[in-house]
Write a protein that binds this ligand. Structure first.
Ligand code: GUN
Length: 283
């Protein structure tokens, strides 16, 4: 039997409805959720991501402020903007889109964002809180993956979870979140020997590498849950994930499509984190 689809589009739509309702209640109380999105330079992919984030905010009834800065903006200028946003009470969340131009130090910029407004969850304080099991903000993509697993009813206790890709944005926080739900986690990276053997053990396989179709059906344990975080554009313009969908679907028990899988959940969890920031300020 082919795998069942986990539709991020459908799950995201239902969560966004709840978020919009909560945003309306908060707005009624005089606390409209506010998100500032900062884009430096002209990276085409970043422009699309940022546009989608701002549109999702507006649709949910948030105040959404977009700051577009030219590629030659100095780091001092960017830090000054972040500082202003840190002190703006109408802004609950600040997102500086990555990657930044090469003359900037992303680490310093992220550290300049007030940790209680760091809705990306990238600040070292938030990474540390996540690591110690007391997260303030969970990074949006791994948070979205966890939500998909929860809503699909996947039991993670004692499950073998394998994460491919050890980035700060996805792989590392994903491993922590799976661990906190009782999974036995293996975090694979580009030096991992015999990746296939690791994958074949996985009850839950999360792939976040950025390489088109690198995980194929023969690498997947029959019945496994396969979560594809990759979004790659092929030379013919088609979008595809890091998992070869057709061969994987024949073996897996559950699988996320690309597009329409993890992508819509990432933006949804950005909205969720912003709501959480408002509620934390009120509590
Ligand atoms: N670039 C790619 N993904 C992300 C993300 O989740 N947040 C930010 N700020 N930049 C990104």
């Amino acid at each position: 039997m082919p795998a069942q689809l986990i539709s991020g589009t459908e799950l995201a739509a239902s969560i966004r409805e709840q978020i919009a309702r909560r945003a309306a209640e908060l707005t009624e109380l005089g606390h409209q959720p506010g998100l500032a999105v900062v884009l430096v330079g002209e990276d085409p992919a970043s422009q699309v991501y940022v546009r989608n984030k701002v549109a999702a905010c507006e649709k949910a009834g948030f105040k959404s402020i977009m700051h577009r800065l030219p590629a030659n903006t100095t780091q001092t200028e960017l830090l000054a903007l972040v500082n202003t946003l840190n002190h703006d009470d109408t802004i609950h969340g600040i997102l500086v889109q990555l990657p930044l131009p090469s003359h900037m130090d992303s680490h310093s910029v992220i550290e300049a964002i007030a940790a209680h407004k760091d809705v990306d969850g990238f600040h070292v304080s938030n990474a540390g809180l996540l690591m110690t099991g007391k997260p303030l903000f969970r990074p949006c993509t791994p948070y979205g993956v966890m939500k998909m697993l929860e809503l699909t009813g996947i039991n993670l206790r004692g499950a073998e979870a394998v994460v491919i890709g050890a980035s700060n944005i996805v792989g590392k926080p994903q491993a922590m979140l799976l661990l906190q739900q009782g999974a036995t986690v293996t975090l694979c990276n580009s030096k991992t020997k015999d990746l296939k053997a690791h994958c074949q053990r996985a009850d839950v396989l999360v792939v976040a590498v950025g390489r088109p179709n690198m995980v194929t059906g023969d690498m997947i344990k029959p019945g496994a849950v396969v979560i594809d975080v990759g979004i790659n554009r092929l030379p013919n313009g088609q979008l595809c994930g890091d998992v070869d969908f057709e061969s994987a679907k024949a073996v897996a028990g559950w699988i996320t499509p690309v597009p329409g899988g993890v992508g819509p959940m990432t933006i949804t969890m950005l909205l969720q984190n912003t709501i959480e920031a408002v509620e934390r300020r009120l509590s």
